[in-house]
Design a protein around this ligand. Structure first.
Ligand code: PMP
Length: 360
C-alpha cells in the first residue's frame, strides 16, 4: 500500500527518510547485534546516541551553554505540573496567557500549586486570535510568565514574544519547535512534546536555564524535579530510549535540510500556498485571525457541516487523511509540520480547487 498524505496534528508525519533509516537499523544497530530498543541506556552505544541527540538539538536551536537540555517522558501535559512545581518557588505565583485548550489545561494545573494570574485570553472568540497583551497587567512578582507559542487546535501563534523583563518566559513549544528560529535566550524554559516536529510520542524535550534549577517546591516528586534529570544527563531513570534515538534521526535529517532557517522558508511557502488559496476561495475560508496565523496548523471550513464532511470523505479517498479539525472546533485542519513536503501541500490545494469547482 502507498503511504498516504498525512496531515495529522500529532502524532504527526515523520520524514520518510527517517523511518527508512530506523527500519534499516532496527534489527542490528551499527553492528551491535541488537536493536536500539534492546540496549542498556547506560551502554557506550546508547550514550553516544543520546549525547548526539542533545548535541544536534543544541546546534539546531543554538542553545547556549547555560541552558540544560532534558529528554523526559510524560508528554507536554506533565510539564503543565512540572513547570509550577519547579519554578513557582519565590512568590508562589505566575502569569499565564490563555490561548486555547492547552493553555487552559496548563493554567488549571498550575493553579494547584500557586496563584495564577491570567494576563489575557482569547476565549471570547473561540481562541481564533492571539490577545493583545497589556504590560500593566503583568505581575512583576510572578515567578514566571507562560505562553503557548503555537496553538495547535486553532492555528494561531505568537508573532512577537511578550517582553517580560526579569520574569522568566516559559514557552509550550510543542507544535512549533524547530519550525522557525526562536532565540532561546528569550526564554527561561521551553518544553515540547516530540510527536509533531521531533519524533514519536513518549519523549518530551525541556530546555531550561540552569539558574532556574534546584529550587523546586518541597513536595515535588523526585521524578518531576528537573534538577534530578539535569544532574544525571536525562538518565535519572531509564529514559525513553528508542524515542530519543528517533529524535536524533529527525535532528540529523533536519540538519541535512539546511537546519531551522532553511526549513522555516519551506514552512512559510507551505503555509502561504494554503492561505493564499483560502483567502481567494469562495467556498473555503480560514478560521484564524490573519495577523496571528500559524505556519504549522491551518484550520479552515466550508459553508456548512455537511459540506465539511463531504470534503473530508472525498479527500480521504484521494489519500489526504487526518484533515478533520479538533473535536472542540470541528471543520478541517491541515497540520503541515516540518516533515510535510511543499509538493504535498500543493497537491492538497489542487484537490481543494477541484472540490470547489464541483461544489459551486
Ligand atoms: N501543548 C500543545 C501546544 C499541544 O499541541 C499538545 C498536544 N497536542 C499538548 C500540549 C499536550 O501534549 P501531550 O499529549 O504530549 O501531553
Amino acid at each position: 500500500m502507498e503511504r498516504v498524505y498525512n496531515f495529522s496534528a500529532g502524532p504527526g508525519a515523520l520524514p520518510e527518510a527517517v523511518l527508512a533509516k530506523a527500519q534499516k537499523e532496527l534489527l542490528n544497530y551499527d553492528n551491535t547485534g541488537m536493536s536500539v530498543m534492546e540496549m542498556s541506556h547506560r551502554s557506550k552505544d546508547y550514550m553516544a546516541i543520546i549525547e548526539s541527540a542533545e548535541q544536534l538539538l543544541r546546534e539546531l536551536m543554538q542553545v547556549p551553554d547555560n541552558y540544560k537540555v532534558l529528554f523526559l517522558q510524560g508528554g507536554a501535559t506533565s510539564q503543565f505540573a512540572m513547570v509550577p512545581l519547579n519554578l513557582m518557588n519565590r512568590n508562589n505565583k505566575a502569569d499565564y496567557v490563555d490561548t486555547g485548550v492547552w493553555s487552559t489545561k496548563a493554567i488549571k494545573e498550575a493553579g494547584r500549586y500557586g496563584k495564577v494570574n491570567v494576563v489575557a485570553s482569547s476565549a471570547d472568540k473561540t481562541f481564533s486570535y492571539i490577545p493583545k497583551l497589556d504590560q500593566s497587567k503583568f505581575d512583576l512578582g510572578a515567578d514566571y510568565f507562560h505562553i503557548t507559542t503555537n496553538n495547535t487546535i486553532y492555528g494561531t501563534r505568537f508573532n512577537e514574544l511578550p517582553n517580560t523583563g526579569k520574569v522568566p518566559l516559559v514557552g509550550d513549544m510543542s507544535s512549533d519547535i524547530l519550525s522557525k528560529y526562536y532565540d532561546v535566550t528569550n526564554f527561561g524554559l521551553i518544553y515540547a512534546g516530540a510527536q509533531k516536529n521531533m519524533g514519536p510520542a513518549g519523549v518530551c524535550v525541556v530546555i531550561v536555564k540552569e539558574e532556574l534549577l534546584g529550587n523546586a517546591i518541597d513536595f515535588t516528586p523526585a521524578m518531576m524535579n528537573y534538577k534530578n534529570h539535569a544532574d544525571n544527563g536525562s538518565m535519572f531513570n531509564t529514559p525513553p530510549t528508542y524515542g530519543i534515538y528517533l529524535c536524533k534521526l529527525v535532528y540529523e535529517w533536519l540538519k541535512e535540510q539546511g537546519g531551522v532557517e532553511a526549513i522555516a522558508k519551506v514552512n512559510i511557502d507551505k503555509a502561504n500556498a494554503l492561505y493564499e488559496y483560502l483567502d481567494n476561495s469562495e467556498l473555503f475560508s480560514g478560521t484564524a485571525a490573519k495577523e496571528d496565523r500559524s505556519i504549522m496548523n491551518v484550520p479552515f471550513i466550508t459553508k456548512g457541516h455537511q459540506l465539511d464532511d463531504q470534503f473530508l470523505k472525498e479527500a480521504a479517498a484521494k489519500g489526504f487523511v487526518n484533515l478533520k479539525g479538533h473535536r472542540t472546533t470541528g471543520g478541517m485542519r491541515a497540520s503541515i509540520y516540518n516533515a510535510m513536503p511543499l509538493l504535498t501541500v500543493q497537491k492538497l490545494v489542487d484537490f481543494m480547487k477541484q472540490f470547489e469547482q464541483a461544489n459551486k
